[in-house]
Every structure is written in structure tokens, then in C-alpha cells.
Ligand binder design. Structure first.
Ligand code: PLP
Length: 391
């Protein structure tokens, strides 16, 4: 017996699925220095341009000067600091939920919420295109795990009819690789009728969506009775790091008592919570960021249609261009990079086979001229690619 890692890696390469990490040598922003070259980036999740905002940076610096660096311990021991607590209160107020609980990453928040709420004898029903952390959480929970067709309330109802025990319906708010919105009004109505709870992971909705950046629940006007478990992450539009679960007093206390990914980990650095308090303030009050982003999205979509590129059904800053074959997506991305543009080629298993795509993301930090330059480059690269072959 042996681990033939070399063969596994070679197979990955042969399938055009090998992944490499671009080395970022500058802060986040529209212009980045990557592997020694200045590129215009259209692939980060820094949708509002807050990741390198001077006031957020200063809040982190001041926070470190006051609170030091390390969290020091888990929240239940001696790691739950005043900045963490204040941020939780601010996030509860922001989401209109009685309480919020802070986590170090979105991956952990999702593992925590699902595994604390359902177990053996229960059911967890998930959209097939949910984020990997939600799918992993469902598997880890030990509950009966079933995936319904993407964004399809009828398919969900079929699964709800067969569900046993406490039933949790779990969906992305904005689907991370497609950019489309979960049809929450219909999904929530179906769940409520069967007495199931809905958990929404709105990692990509908080910030860009809703009049005050309150994400998909603000967009659709849904309250805690529709979405009892609301998850947000802080590493995307908030521009910092971490995540939160918002909900009832009982939900949050249940997580504190029973969620292993909450209990058995060190709290995030308190200065990070100071930075997020500042970015939350900017996210809520600087509506111009959302308005500018909305204009960029419309401009990009109009230009892409003119070029005959295949857009997806997305009203969000995630604007993937469907390519199909992985090799073609990789080549498209390479040609763009030659011209000074960084756009990731997203391939299986992150997306279903045969649906490799260029995941273009827009940010309020981009200018209209930068979007026009991207469109011009997309047109040039498209003309250079050989005609589509089978995936
Ligand atoms: C990024 C993301 C996560 C993970 O959040 P991290 O804080 O990066 O761990 C979870 N869910 C969705 C939908 C995401 O896009």
C-alpha cells in the first residue's frame, strides 16, 4: 500500500483541473500586483471596496494598540472580549434579530449552525448548488441529507414530504458561483407549511443587496419567522474576516452550548472585531457604494450581451461568463491575464461538470472605464479562442 500522490496530481493536471495560487504582492483593490505584474482584478469578493479602506485599516491598528493581537482563548474561557461583544450587538441590530454570534470563519459558522440544530433522526435539505461548507455541514451532522434541484420550490416540497424529525432547509442567499438569488419567498413558504426551519447563508448578499446592505432578507422583506437562522460572512463585502449567525435568543444560546466549531476554537483577534465595526458602519451608511455597483453591473451585462458572451441570471456583482469546457475556461483566463486582467476560471468540482466559467466579480472600487477595458479585452480574447468543442 502507498499513497501515489504523484499520480493523483498528474491526473488532475491532465483534466485541466489543477489549481494554482496567484501570489498577491499588494493589498486588495482593483489594481493588484500578482506574480510581479500589475493586473486589473475582477475576481475578489471585496464587493464594496472596504478590504483596504483607510478607516477600516485605522480601526484595526487602533484596536491592536488597545486590545493586543491574539484572542487568547476560546469565547467560553477568557477569549470573549468587549469588541467581540459590541460587534455581536451591532450585527443583531443590523439584521433585526434579537442576537448574533461571532465566528472566526464562514466555514465554521455553517458547520456550527447545522450540526448544532440537526443530528441523527433529523433531516437536512439543501440546494444542490450550496456552498461546499453547507454541504459538508449537512454530511457531518449525521441527519438525513438530501439535495433538492437548484432553487426549485417544487423539488423542495417533494423532499419535505419525505423528511423526518426536525427538518432544516439550507440555502445560499446569493449563489456564490452563479450570482443568482435564492427564491426565498417561495422556499420559506414551503418550509413553513411543513414546520421546517430555513437557514440562509448570505455570504454574498450582505453589502450589495438591500437598501441598507442587509442582504437577501432585506431585499425580500423577510423576517425571523421566515428565516430563523441567518448566516453572514465578514470576509466578502465587509472586507474583514469572520462570520456571524443571527437569530433568536434561544438559537444563539443553543449554539453557545452545543456547537463544537464555536466552543473548541480560539476567538478571532479582538482588533478584527474593531475593524468590522467600522466596515459595518460604512457598509450601512455609504449607499453610494451600492448605487455605483448597480451601475457597473448593468454596464457590464449590456456590454457582455453585445459581445455575445453567455451571462448567467445574476443581478449581483457576481457575473460569471459560462464557458463550458475546463480547458477553454483556463485558456480564456490565461489570454485575459496576458492582457493585464485577472479573472478566475472556476472549474469542477467547484461547479458541475461541463459548466466551467469565468467568474467575473465587480466591486464598488472599480470605475466605469475599468469595466469598459475588461469588456474590450473579453472581446479580443473571445476572438482568439478556437470554436467551442465538446467539454
Ligand atoms: C465564502 C463563503 C463561505 C465561507 O466563508 P469564509 O469566512 O470564507 O470561511 C461560506 N458560504 C458561502 C456562500 C461563501 O461564499
Amino acid at each position: 500500500m502507498s499513497f501515489d500522490l504523484a499520480a493523483r496530481l498528474a491526473a488532475r493536471r491532465a483534466e485541466h483541473l489543477y489549481r494554482q495560487r496567484p501570489l498577491l504582492e499588494s493589498p486588495q483593490g482593483p489594481e493588484v500586483l500578482v506574480d510581479g505584474r500589475t493586473l486589473l482584478a475582477f475576481c475578489s469578493n471585496d464587493y464594496l471596496g472596504l478590504a483596504n479602506h483607510p478607516e477600516v485599516v485605522r480601526a484595526l491598528q487602533d484596536g491592536a494598540a488597545h486590545w493586543g493581537v491574539g484572542g487568547g482563548a476560546s469565547h467560553l474561557v477568557v477569549g470573549h472580549g468587549t469588541p467581540h461583544h459590541r460587534l455581536e450587538e451591532a450585527l443583531a441590530e443590523f439584521t433585526g434579530r434579537p442576537r448574533a454570534l461571532l465566528f472566526s470563519t464562514g466555514y465554521m459558522a455553517n458547520l456550527a449552525a447545522v450540526t448544532a440544530l440537526v443530528g441523527q433522526g433529523d433531516s437536512v435539505l439543501e440546494d444542490r448548488l450550496n456552498h461546499a461548507s453547507l454541504l459538508d455541514a449537512g454530511l457531518l451532522s449525521g441527519a438525513r441529507f438530501s439535495r433538492y434541484l437548484h432553487n426549485d420550490p417544487a423539488s423542495l416540497v417533494g423532499r419535505l414530504d419525505k423528511a423526518t424529525g426536525n427538518t432544516l432547509v439550507v440555502t445560499d442567499g446569493v449563489f456564490s458561483m452563479d450570482g443568482d438569488l435564492a427564491n426565498l419567498p417561495a422556499l420559506c413558504a414551503a418550509a413553513r407549511e411543513k414546520g421546517a426551519w430555513v437557514m440562509v447563508d448570505d455570504a454574498h448578499g450582505f453589502g450589495p443587496l438591500g437598501a441598507h446592505g442587509g442582504g437577501i432578507v432585506e431585499h425580500f422583506g423577510l423576517g425571523p419567522e421566515d428565516v430563523p437562522v441567518l448566516v453572514g460572512t465578514l470576509g466578502k463585502a465587509f472586507g474583514t474576516a469572520g462570520a456571524f449567525v443571527a437569530g433568536s435568543e434561544e438559537l444563539i444560546e443553543t449554539l453557545i452550548q452545543f456547537a463544537r466549531p464555536y466552543i473548541y476554537t480560539t476567538s478571532q483577534p479582538p482588533a478584527l472585531a474593531c475593524a468590522t465595526l467600522k466596515s459595518l458602519e460604512l457598509l450601512r451608511t455609504e449607499g453610494w457604494r451600492r448605487e455605483h455597483l448597480t451601475r457597473l453591473i448593468a454596464r457590464f451585462r449590456a456590454g457582455a450581451v453585445e459581445l455575445g458572451l453567455e451571462l448567467m441570471d445574476s443581478p449581483t456583482p457576481i457575473q460569471p461568463l459560462l464557458i463550458g469546457a475546463s480547458a477553454r475556461a483556463v485558456e480564456f483566463s490565461r489570454l485575459l491575464r496576458e492582457r493585464g486582467f485577472l479573472v478566475g476560471a472556476i472549474r469542477p468540482p467547484t461547479v458541475p461538470a461541463g459548466t466551467a466559467r469565468l467568474r467575473v466579480t465587480l466591486s464598488a472600487a472599480h470605475t466605469e472605464e475599468q469595466v469598459d477595458c475588461l469588456l474590450a479585452a473579453l472581446g479580443e480574447c473571445q476572438a482568439l479562442l478556437p470554436a467551442e468543442e465538446d467539454a
